[in-house]
Design a protein around this ligand. Structure first.
Ligand code: ZN
Ligand code: ZN
Length: 355
C-alpha cells in the first residue's frame, strides 16, 4: 500500500515539474533546439544509406480525388549523387520538407504531363530549393510540349514574391540570378534526356488521351532500374520500355470503386457521374497495371496515383480486387512515404516507409 502512495506522489511531482518546467525559458529553448535539429540539421538523413544504391520514394500517392494523408503524384528518385523529382502534385513538397529532405540538392524536376495534379506544387519546389538551399542554378524542369507555358506562367505569377524575397533577405540568401526555371522540352526523337555515365533517364510516351503527349520515365543506374508510368491506361509502349526493370511505379484507378461511384451518383449528381465515367478510360486498373508488370517481367510493382485514394484497410482490399489472381506476389499499394531501396550489385529490393 505504501508503495502505491510513493509512486502516486512521485507521478504528481513529475507532472508538476513538467507543467512548471515547460513554462521556463530554458526548457522551452531546449525544445526549440531539438525541433530545429530534427528539421534542419542532418537533412537527407532518411534517404541516405551505406554503399551505393538507387531509391524510389513516393512523395505523393493519390490522384486528384481527395484522400486524407496523401499528396498528389510525386516520386523522388535518389542515388548518393543524384536527386530527381517526377511530378509535383499538391502536398508533395510539404511531404519532402517534413521528411527533412534538402530540395537544394534537386538536379531537376521531371513532369510526366501537365494535368494540374502533377504540377500544382511546382512553385513551391522552386521556392524551397532556392532560398538558403544553395541550388546554384535556375531549377531545371523537363517536360512535354507546353511545359514552357507552365514555367513561364509560374515565373510571372511569382514575379513579385521572388523580387521581395531577394530585397528582404539579400542576394546571398535569395540570389536573383538563380530565381526561375531552366525549361527543357522533351523531344521523343531524342528520348535520353540525361546521362552522366552513371545515371541514364529515358522518356517515353504513354496512353492518356486527350493529353498528348503524356510521358513515362525510365531510370537506369549501375545495373538497377526504376520505371515511372505517369498517367496511363494499359500501354504497350510502357511494357516495352519497362522490360526487365527492377521496379515499376504504375498509376492505378480502381474500376470497382469508380464504376460504383459513377452508378450511385448518376441521379444525385449527374455531372460528377460524368467525370467518374470519363476518367475510367485513361488510367489503368490495378489488374491491368499488374498485367503490364508481368508482361514486362518487372520484379516489383508499386501502385501509385491511387484513384480513389483508399482510406482504410477495407478500401485497400476493394481497390486491389483481382490483383492476386494476376500477380500473386511482388506488388505494393503505395502510401505517402513508401520507399524502395535498390542496392547496387545486388538483386535486393527493400520496400519500407520513410515515415
Ligand atoms: Zn494525374
Ligand atoms: Zn493526368
Amino acid at each position: 500500500m505504501k508503495k502505491i502512495y510513493f509512486f502516486l506522489i512521485a507521478a504528481i511531482l513529475i507532472l508538476i515539474i513538467a507543467v512548471v518546467g515547460i513554462r521556463t525559458v530554458t526548457v522551452q529553448n531546449v525544445l526549440i533546439d531539438f525541433d530545429f535539429n530534427r528539421q534542419w540539421n542532418n537533412q537527407d538523413k532518411l534517404v541516405t544509406f551505406d554503399g551505393d544504391y538507387l531509391i524510389g520514394l513516393v512523395c505523393g500517392s493519390r490522384g486528384p480525388l481527395p484522400g486524407k494523408g496523401r499528396a498528389e503524384p510525386c516520386i523522388m528518385i535518389k542515388t548518393p549523387d543524384h536527386m530527381f523529382v517526377v511530378d509535383t502534385g499538391d502536398g508533395s513538397r510539404q511531404n519532402l520538407t517534413n521528411w527533412s529532405i534538402n530540395l537544394g540538392n534537386l538536379d531537376a524536376v521531371l513532369l510526366t504531363h501537365l494535368h494540374s495534379d502533377h504540377i500544382s506544387d511546382l512553385a513551391d519546389f522552386h521556392l524551397y530549393s532556392w532560398v538558403t538551399q544553395n541550388r546554384g542554378k535556375k531549377l531545371p524542369v523537363y517536360g512535354p510540349l507546353g511545359t514552357n507555358l507552365v514555367t513561364e506562367g509560374i515565373t510571372k505569377a511569382y514575379e513579385l514574391d521572388t523580387e521581395w524575397r531577394t530585397l528582404h533577405h539579400g542576394e546571398e540568401v535569395a540570389p536573383s540570378n538563380f530565381a526561375g526555371f531552366d525549361t527543357k522540352i522533351i523531344n521523343l526523337n531524342d528520348p535520353v534526356i540525361y546521362d552522366d555515365g552513371k545515371l541514364k533517364i529515358t522518356a517515353f510516351e504513354v496512353e492518356h488521351f486527350p493529353v498528348d503527349p503524356s510521358l513515362g520515365y525510365r531510370f537506369d543506374y549501375k545495373g538497377r532500374s526504376i520505371v515511372i508510368s505517369g498517367d496511363t491506361d494499359y500501354s504497350e509502349n510502357l511494357v516495352k520500355q519497362s522490360k526487365n526493370a527492377d521496379l515499376l511505379f504504375h498509376d492505378a484507378l480502381s474500376h470497382n470503386m469508380i464504376g460504383r461511384l459513377e452508378e450511385i451518383s448518376e441521379d444525385t449528381n449527374p455531372l460528377l457521374s460524368t467525370v467518374f465515367y470519363d476518367i475510367q478510360d485513361y488510367h489503368a486498373s490495378p489488374i491491368e497495371a499488374a498485367q503490364a508488370a508481368n508482361e514486362a517481367n518487372v520484379k516489383e510493382l508499386i501502385f501509385y496515383h491511387l484513384t480513389p485514394a483508399p482510406q482504410n484497410f477495407i478500401a485497400k482490399i476493394i481497390f486491389v480486387r483481382g490483383v492476386n489472381e494476376v500477380r500473386p506476389d511482388n506488388w505494393t499499394l503505395a502510401d505517402d512515404g513508401t520507399m524502395a531501396i535498390l542496392p547496387i550489385e545486388s538483386e535486393d529490393i527493400t520496400i519500407t516507409n520513410i515515415q
